[in-house]
Design a protein around this ligand. Structure first.
Ligand code: NAP
Length: 334
């Protein structure tokens, strides 16, 4: 194939928020799949807060993206050449494609995207890594039980909006913490959360006393910082604090540790981090449950799809840190 592949490469490690010179756009010929691989024409790219951590040259759960390397990213698209019996030309797939227009990928690392169930971008959101994160964090780590109170931060974002909806579907009381009145209205309106707290205009600790009168059984944390401390101050006996992420700290050189951690002792609670990749073999279980929710209307998938192709990657990523997305942030590549 003699088309050109435009790629987003890491040009410079950022300090604080990624800047215009953090990424560069490179061109190279489209690759050929070898035995067991497929060539994917990437249609949508997932934007993830974790990308900020992947750019730091520090040991973590994955190696840092090297300078000059294609930026690590999830993508969804169509197989246009196959050297694998797992996928045929024309199949829709999702997986780690990297931030580029065409990707040669090992077929074993891709999941099928059945577009008769939902549109392709949903396989980066509710039916992709986002939905899996919400499901396993809430039920496996958080052990949410019907009748219990689940509080989630980053609630109008990709993972948070799924956590609250899955909690409601499971018979829990769902309280969301998000930035701004529109996001809070969306949570209690269309998504059916029981309460929403606007952390930009409200005193979160005080608002939690009203929104969680029986205290918090599961606190699903996406943001860290002061909001985590406010939630720790409202735990119920034997509560579970699920550490999914800490976006408020990702651009800080010295993350702020939790101050209120003695609440774990007082309320015999536990705080546990998790990584969605560890649940790969159980993804079908979560996908089945979420697909059932989408089909019966108890779960709504919302994607914020931004145009502009790979050249818009850096600007679009920063929308996450400015709180400019509602639901799953996706970049349309074509
Ligand atoms: N553990 C895992 O395996 C795993 C997997 C996927 C994602 N995650 C984590 O899950 C979290 C959510 O990811 P996502 O993809 O669903 O992103 P997202 O919630 O769709 O987007 C990020 C949101 O974070 C909020 N935010 C940004 N800066 C903030 C700040 N300083 N304080 C409070 N809120 C802030 C913004 O909403 P507001 O307008 O409400 O501020 C923004 O929309 C992230 O921490 C991510 O790293 C973890």
């Amino acid at each position: 194939m003699d088309a050109t592949n435009h790629q987003v490469r890491l040009a410079k490690r950022p300090t604080g928020m990624p800047a215009p010179d953090t990424f560069e756009i490179a061109e190279e010929p489209v690759g050929e799949p070898q035995d067991g691989q497929v060539l994917v024409e990437v249609e949508y790219l997932s934007l993830d807060p974790a990308m900020r951590g992947w750019m730091n040259d520090v040991p973590s759960y994955l190696p840092p993206v090297g300078i000059g390397e294609v930026m690590r990213a999830g993508g969804a698209g169509r197989v246009i050449a196959s050297a694998s019996d797992r996928f045929a030309e024309g199949d829709h797939v999702a997986g780690m494609t990297g931030a580029q227009e065409y990707a040669v990928v090992d077929a074993g690392g891709l999941s099928p995207a059945d577009t008769s169930l939902a549109p392709l971008p949903t396989f980066l959101g509710a039916l992709g890594m986002t939905g899996m994160t919400a499901y396993f964090g809430l039920f496996d780590v958080g052990q949410a039980q019907p009748g219990q109170t689940v509080v989630v931060s980053g609630a109008a974002g990709a993972v948070g909006s799924m956590v609250g909806q899955l909690a409601k579907r499971h018979g829990c009381r769902a309280v969301g913490i998000a930035g701004g009145p529109e996001k809070c209205e969306w949570l209690t309106g269309e998504l059916g959360f029981d309460a929403a707290i606007d952390y930009r205009s409200e005193d979160v600790a005080k608002a939690l006393r009203e929104a969680a009168p029986d205290r918090i059984d599961v606190y699903f944390d996406n943001v860290g910082g002061e909001i985590l401390d406010a939630a720790l101050g409202r735990l119920a006996m034997k509560a579970r604090v699920v550490i999914c992420g800490a976006i408020s700290q990702y651009n800080e050189s010295a993350p702020r540790p939790p101050a209120n951690y003695m609440a774990l002792l007082v309320f015999r609670a536990r705080m546990e981090g998790f990584l969605v990749f560890d649940y790969f073999s159980r993804f079908p279980e979560a996908a089945k449950e979420i697909a059932a929710g989408l089909a019966d209307g108890s779960v709504i998938a919302r994607e914020e799809i931004v145009g502009g192709g790979v050249a818009a990657f850096g600007d679009t990523l920063n929308m996450l840190f400015r709180g400019e997305n509602t639901g799953k942030l996706v970049l349309a590549v074509r």
